[in-house]
Design a protein around this ligand. Structure first.
Ligand SMILES: [Fe+2]
Ligand SMILES: [Fe+2]
Length: 159
C-alpha cells in the first residue's frame, strides 16, 4: 500500500438485528471474525502509539501528514470495533476476555521494545491486514451474504 490513508468517518448502527452466526451461517467463521475484531482495538492503539512516538523523527511534512492520517484511520477503526465488540459480547461471544488478555501483552511490548521495533511490528501486522482486506474487497464470496451491520463494518475497515 502506498500514499496517504484516507480517514473514512463512518457511523454504523451496531444494533441492527441479524442472525447470530452471520458469516455463512457458521459458528466457526463467525467466531473467527469476531476474534479478529476483538484484537483490532488493542492492535490499532499499539500502531497509533508507535507512530505517534516516531513523529518527532519525521523531518518531512508530507511524511508527518501521512503518519497523522494513518493514526486517524486506525483510531477510528478502533473506535468502531469497540462498538462492534460490545455487540459480539452481548450475543454471547467472549470477546472482552480476549481483549483483556491481550492488553497487558500490548503494553508490555510497548514498554520493552524500541520505537523502531514497534514500527516494524506495526508494518508487519498491517501487511497481514492489507492481504485480508484485499480478499474482503476483491472476493464477493469472502463475506458470503453477510447482513448488516457486518457487511458495512468489514468492507469499511478493508477500504
Ligand atoms: Fe485498522
Ligand atoms: Fe490498518
Amino acid at each position: 500500500m502506498s500514499g496517504t490513508p484516507i480517514v473514512r468517518h463512518m457511523a454504523i448502527d451496531m444494533s441492527k438485528p441479524a442472525p447470530k452466526y452471520w458469516l455463512c451461517g457458521s459458528p466457526v467463521l463467525t467466531s473467527f471474525a469476531y476474534a479478529m475484531s476483538a484484537i483490532f482495538p488493542v492492535g490499532e492503539r499499539f500502531f497509533v502509539n508507535a507512530v505517534r512516538a516516531a513523529l518527532p523523527q519525521l523531518d518531512s511534512t508530507a511524511l508527518q501528514a501521512t503518519a497523522r492520517a494513518f493514526m486517524g484511520q486506525e483510531s477510528h477503526h478502533a473506535h468502531l470495533h469497540v462498538q462492534y465488540n460490545a455487540r459480539a459480547q452481548a450475543e454471547g461471544f467472549q470477546v472482552h476476555a480476549l481483549t483483556a488478555r491481550l492488553e497487558p501483552v500490548s503494553r508490555w511490548v510497548q514498554r520493552a521494545t524500541s520505537v523502531a521495533t514497534q514500527l516494524a511490528i506495526t508494518a508487519a501486522f498491517e501487511h497481514f491486514t492489507a492481504m485480508l482486506s484485499t480478499q474482503v474487497l476483491a472476493e464477493d464470496d469472502f463475506l458470503g451474504d453477510a447482513p448488516e451491520p457486518h457487511r458495512t463494518l468489514w468492507r469499511w475497515h478493508a477500504a
